[in-house]
Design a protein around this ligand. Sequence first.
Ligand code: FPP
Length: 248
Amino acid sequence: MTPLEDRAHAIRAQGNLPRHVAVIMDGNGRWAERRGQPRIFGHRAGMKSVRAVIEAAGDLGIEALTLYAFSKENWRRPAPEVQALMGLLRRYMKSEREELVQRGARVEAIGDLDQLEPSAREELDRLIEATSGCERLRVTLALSYGGRAEIVAAARRIARAAVAGELDPDALDEAGFARFLYSPHLPDPDLLVRTSGEMRISNFLLWQIAYAELYVTETLWPDFDRAAFFEAIEDYQSRERRFGKVMA
Ligand code: FPP
């Protein structure tokens, strides 16, 4: 076995794996700038890391992976960068489709998907459809995503249901609220990974990360490979989660 296979084996043997890992993929721009290249060069390189992390999560037996691919705020970047990112995403969704099916990755998306360009939306729908029978790993792409917007959208749907007499406001509890969020079928993330050293949440999964363990690494996203993902998981395995309680 190679050292990386040994490591994967040891991680699996230890158990105590996160069921759901969420990732803020940051640092593509800086990675490119350090090489004197345009920012899009970094985003392109970042796609390799997306592949590596999906493979690694599947191999470890992690159930769900949510990737922050494009935030609502990202629309405010210069138009050429937004265009290039949309083009990259479209190409990724097309070129990786077969590979994702082979890997058993079921792809879904959260966010304001109506904002996507029609051609990107079509590729996304095709990818979702092609992988809909896959069961090994659930991959959720956050696209045009904002955590506050998700909570507001849920509140809006709840208010409508209450007005229609389908929901009793006094009976609404946390679990009832969460059923109106974008991905009610996923467990909350156990681990939130952020690359490139920034200590921020950036409007990602605000409701769902209430008890997530945070892991921030200085590694820039294009350098985040299989070994880097294993390191994040090993770090998680060494922690004691208390969910606000005291351990006996
Ligand atoms: C943050 O880096 C990254 C993004 C805004 C986009 C993430 C996109 C990818 C990794 C490309 C492919 C994704 C998928 C799911 C196929 P940044 O530009 O904010 O970097 P900086 O902080 O160094 O400027």
